[in-house]
Design a binder for this molecule. Sequence first.
Ligand code: GUN
Ligand code: FE
Length: 462
Amino acid sequence: MAAADTFAFRGTFFHTPAYGQLEALRDAVLVVQDGMIARIANGSEEAAVRREFGLSHVRRLKEGQYFIPGFIDTHVHAPQYKFTGTGTDVPLMEWLKKYTFPAEGSFRDLDAAHHRYSLLVKRFLANGTTTAMYYGSLHLDPNTVLVDTIERLGQRAVVGKVNMDRHSPSDYIESTSEGLRDAEAFIRYTLDKKCSRIQPCITPRFIPTCTPELMKGLASLARQYGTHIQSHISECCGEVNCVRELHPEFASDTALFEQAGLLTPRTVMAHGTLLSDQDLRHLASRGTAVSHCPLSNFFLGDACFRVNHALSLGVKVGLGTDVAGGISPSMLTAQRMAVVNSRCLRAHKLAQSGGTTVTADMEVDVLGWREALWLATVGGAQALDLSHAVGTFAEGKEFDALLVDTGLGGTCGPFDVFPDESDEQRLEKFLQLGDDRNLAEVFVQGVCVKRGHVFEREAAAE
Ligand code: GUN
Ligand code: FE
């Protein structure tokens, strides 16, 4: 007899084991056992696989359906979800004061936090984000609500309590000692849950709002508990100039983070649009990743991040929505924006040349949808130190996957398909044109967390 938590699918599985290379596992049988991929075999071996795992049934995917790995969002501000899609009229430093700090502070109301975080996590799961690296807010308690919500709804996440002990509003600031105490309390709260899907993270907001003393104390907590670290680095002119004024003795954000001990193989730094090559090499030498947030960079950044260049220097790169600096809570949009961002770099080089000849040098920054899919899956897994668990379909990895249905057609779906298209073209259409309507089922650690309009774990708890 098969264990109740052993099941199998037969059909097509798309993933990107190498940057820009799409692999299709066609007519494959994939067995999930205890949340892990126990076997990937050819369809012709179905009978043997069924015997081996004691399976009476293998579910065949319908025409137009296939699996891809779940999306990994490496940079989300959970409390900012409430105002996503609004407040895009001012630069970063003003935006923080005008919209962000008041919105984040309002999460002290724990009933509101509970309601809003449920909507956030459901929205992200519905959009196919099986793993997210979240910033919470300053106050300890709403962050525990966020962790509880993620646990309840079944997402995989790295979550941090935001720390800020200077240059912040008087009602949205902590002392250095309170910040360190609450950061540790949050780590302990999260670890005590013993939920293998959720890991705590050290989160100095960014250099302007964190004293060197706080940053060093946080680095020491990260070492003590072996946690991830996340922050913002070289995001835009306003931020970089502010840091230069505060710390003229440091040549760059990177040098300052290095001195604080915050650059580790488990660190994810968001944006990085103004990083020099020297900075990028330094991040690479530390194993620190950059979360590329193209849509947010268009609004709040002042430059386009060069993904291919950073990768060529050995920097790990993942993709982020940066909700709410990024106005879309979907990693599909993030992938599309990564492609558009890369094409802006190309257009800029052509404009700079003053001519009408496109040279090979102008093409080096360009990404296509395959590269974007890699960033949203494998790149994110590398950035979050989760490559052993997620990002591709391989035996021994956990089953975090999206059942994509491109067969909706007509007026039901966001695009139309035609009989003469290949399944790869339909995947391309989904990535370029699709939305949550195309995600029939969402799996995290082998558990279906969303089917159609139902959040399965929530339904089970009721
Ligand atoms: N820098 C410091 N805080 C933030 C934030 O909330 N969003 C973005 N995009 N940049 C920041
Ligand atoms: Fe951010």
